[in-house]
Design a protein around this ligand. Structure first.
Ligand SMILES: Cc1cc2nc3c(=O)[nH]c(=O)nc-3n(C[C@H](O)[C@H](O)[C@H](O)COP(=O)(O)O)c2cc1C
Length: 171
């Protein structure tokens, strides 16, 4: 494993894939990284779907305009059930999306650590997905993660970063 800060800085969204197969043991490691994520009150309200068969991947592809995911042989989807997630009493904020987002972040960093590329995809039609896979209706669907070999350099968006003073407040 790389130094964590090195890994976090080296990761970038990959939207060009070589379409290589992902060995079973690497799929397992990516799932393990997701399962190791912390969740509020340890409620673990999330579910990870693994789209592997051609039919499943084609169905998923029909739910998003992000056609660059097509060559990826494995695509994860992650959501969380609001009724199983903790709700902060002060403002009634339900944290299902936060829990799912931490799971996705763990998985995304593991994918990169294994030498593959991915992009967190939030732009997909959750209603269309629920039509194809009704069980997803019970979840707040937070993201898709295609996994494949990296076939592109970081985009200009990756390097466009606000300054430290715009993002950090010291009190
Ligand atoms: C919650 C979330 C949703 C995103 N949705 C999409 C998406 O639908 N399509 C896409 O191409 N990139 C998506 N991205 C990737 C961001 O555009 C990308 O992370 C950002 O531009 C910074 O670039 P970098 O990841 O290369 O550092 C998403 C990222 C996050 C965190």
């Amino acid at each position: 494993m790389k130094d964590f800060l090195e890994l976090a800085k080296a990761r970038y969204s990959v939207r060009g894939f070589d379409g290589r197969d992902i060995p079973e043991e690497d799929i397992d490691k990516i799932i393990e990284a997701g399962l190791a994520a912390p969740t509020g009150v340890n409620n673990q309200p999330f579910r990870i779907w693994v789209f592997r068969s051609e039919e499943a991947r084609e169905k998923l592809l029909s739910c998003t305009r992000m056609k660059f995911i097509e060559p990826a042989k494995v695509i994860f989807a992650v959501g969380a059930k609001p009724e199983e997630a903790w709700t902060r009493p002060f403002d009634e904020k339900n944290i299902a999306d936060i829990d799912a987002a931490i799971v996705i972040t763990h998985m995304m960093l593991e994918i990169h650590d294994l030498g593959y590329g991915s992009t967190w995809i939030g732009h997909f039609d959750v209603n269309a997905l629920a039509g194809l896979y009704p069980e997803t209706k019970e979840y707040s669907m937070v993201g898709l993660l295609p996994v494949s070999g990296i076939a592109m350099e970081p985009s200009e968006r990756h390097t466009r970063r606000k300054s430290r003073s715009e993002l950090v407040t010291e009190l």
